[in-house]
Design a protein around this ligand. Structure first.
Ligand SMILES: *[C@@H]1O[C@H](CO)[C@@H](O)[C@H](O)[C@H]1NC(C)=O
Ligand SMILES: *[C@@H]1O[C@H](CO)[C@@H](O)[C@H](O)[C@H]1NC(C)=O
Length: 258
């Protein structure tokens, strides 16, 4: 009897635990992202939080939802968050956590493109000037000075987000995260160090244990389990580099007027 009682007790506690955290299971197969086991076609749009005011966020996100989007995606802008080394600013329109919670309040998913190199028509791709000036630094390659800073900032952001339980694995809205950004476009000029850097990025991202998949855009050799995604005018011919990676289009360039 005692044994069955304790098994029963364990099952009850287990389900209480499940329902209190209400984690969402985000996974994928070769066909699509799955959310709690369901294959989903997700439409996402960008709102870069520093480019609007806090007061504008709820309305922008509501309109995105009314327009039919499932998810809001944003980059994270390193140079404004860490304007001086180890001095941080997450106030006002730099309040990333508040932005993510606003997305959550509207019932949408979020895609967190940490980078921390972002391009994004943003000064220096979001790299801080102090980083550029660090002795011995070489940006976006297998360079210890750079990788140490990149890991430090990425970990800071992941830890902030985890503390607020904003990853889907914690019951939050974030279903995907991105490391680096279109590195495949420039990688060949870095030679072997470029490949070593991409492998390091993937390992570093994985070691963050966020419980949702990571993506790498424009990275045709993305190390598993990173999902490589397409940015472009046309992505119909695009095939991910692993049969278990679904085909995703992270930027539709018709939105970019030239
Ligand atoms: C970032 O670097 C500082 C030292 O400059 C260190 O105190 C801090 O723990 C590091 N953060 C992480 C997340 O590694
Ligand atoms: C990309 O943009 C074009 C033009 O706005 C649109 O017709 C097309 O459906 C978009 N593709 C996706 C995958 O949303």
């Amino acid at each position: 009897m005692g044994f069955f009682k304790s098994v029963f007790c364990f099952i009850v506690i287990f389900f209480l635990f499940l329902s209190s955290t209400s984690a969402t299971v985000v996974s994928h197969d070769g066909r699509a992202i799955t959310i709690d086991g369901q294959h989903r076609v997700l439409l996402s749009g960008s709102i870069h939080y520093p480019r609007s005011t806090v007061e504008m966020w709820p309305d922008l996100i509501k309109k995105a939802k009314e327009g039919g989007l499932d998810a809001i995606e944003t980059y994270v802008f390193w140079n404004v968050h860490e304007p001086q080394r180890r001095y941080y600013d997450f106030t006002g329109n730099l309040d990333l956590i508040r932005f993510l919670k606003t997305i959550q309040d509207e019932g949408l998913y979020a895609v967190l493109r940490i980078g921390p190199y972002v391009c994004a028509e943003w000064n220096y791709g979001g790299f801080p000037m102090w980083l550029h000036n660090m002795p011995g630094v070489e940006l976006r390659t297998a360079n210890d000075v750079f990788m140490n800073e990149m890991k430090n900032f990425t970990t800071l952001i992941v830890d902030m987000v985890k503390k607020e339980k904003l990853f889907a694995s914690q019951g939050g809205p974030i279903i995907l995260a991105q490391i680096e950004n279109e590195y495949g476009n420039v990688m060949s000029s870095y030679g072997d160090a470029g490949k070593a850097y991409v492998d390091w990025c993937a390992n570093m991202a994985e070691s963050q244990n966020i419980g949702v998949p990571w993506i790498m855009c424009q990275q045709s050799d993305a190390p598993q389990p990173m999902i490589n995604t397409c940015n472009g005018w046309y992505c119909d011919q695009f095939t991910p580099n692993n049969p278990n990676s679904p085909k995703m289009w992270t930027e539709n360039w018709t939105g970019w007027s030239v």
